[in-house]
Design a protein. Structure first.
Length: 258
């Protein structure tokens, strides 16, 4: 699933391409989107991200809300020629077309409905949003001290935007095993984990190729998807921890003792 940095870059791309333009054509396979009336004639005010959600705001108090999950994407297309495979959502302006491909979750809401959305108001602080407060994330972690820190970092109600890549990388950098509970980790160390996650998300928000180590693709990550390869610090073999119902964690057993 795309993480917060990818969603941020996607929203920025759409905002730069569509922002301020009028919609001349709108097509969708989602009946609910069509039921709110046509977007043709409205202006794209802005496109932004919140955690792993993309919010495309239009004049007339409407917001197109999408979540990409595992396989969805937004792409820009020239106005001609016609697309061979029409996307599930197509927003066409005077300048360019934006296609939402394989989008699994989409809704068209007014701002008041957005604030009552089942998920958005419950999201934790977003490191890519202005005014990010690591102290609030720490408070939310302390409310659930009996749970593993790896699981908590993926919980979007605790910290919005972090996914499995940054979870694995940040915990490696901190030398913390993902199954260690939040209650076992001192405040200073837990806050350092939160701030490290925020720092990496911000750094990668401006990069096309994700990296937590160096820009060389062969050495960009410390542990993520490096099961049975040598740890870049100590040489021990990286392990993949798989628990039913949870995402796989990548761990160096020597650098991250349980």
């Amino acid at each position: 699933m795309p993480e917060g940095d990818t969603i941020f870059r996607t929203a920025r791309m759409l905002d730069r391409a569509l922002g301020g333009s009028g919609v001349v054509r709108f097509e969708t396979v989602f009946p609910r989107l069509e039921s709110r009336g046509s977007l043709v004639g409205r202006r794209v005010l802005s496109v932004s991200s919140r955690g792993k959600w993309i919010l495309m705001r239009f004049s007339g108090d409407l917001v197109l809300l999408t979540h990409l999950r595992m396989h969805g994407s937004w792409r820009l297309h020239p106005l001609a020629p016609a697309l061979e495979r029409p996307p599930g959502i197509l927003v066409v302006t005077e300048r360019i077309a934006a296609g939402g491909h394989r989008i699994p979750v989409a809704d068209l809401l007014c701002e008041a409905e957005l604030e009552r959305h089942r998920t958005l108001p419950r999201l934790g602080p977003d490191p890519l949003a202005p005014g990010f407060d690591p102290g609030e994330v720490l408070r939310r972690l302390r409310e659930r001290e009996g749970e593993g820190v790896g699981r908590l970092l993926l919980d979007q109600t605790v910290l919005a935007g972090v996914g499995n890549v940054f979870k694995s990388e940040v915990l490696f950098l901190a030398g913390v095993h993902p199954e260690k509970t939040a209650g076992e980790i001192p405040d200073e160390a837990l806050r350092s984990i939160v701030e490290s996650a925020a720092r990496l998300l911000r750094a990668n928000a401006s990069r096309v190729r994700r990296s937590t180590l160096r820009m060389d693709p062969a050495a960009a990550l410390f542990v993520y998807r490096r099961s049975q390869e040598a740890c870049r610090r100590c040489g021990e073999r990286v392990q993949a921890l798989r628990r039913t119902g949870e995402r796989t964690s990548y761990v160096c057993p020597r650098c991250q003792p349980r």
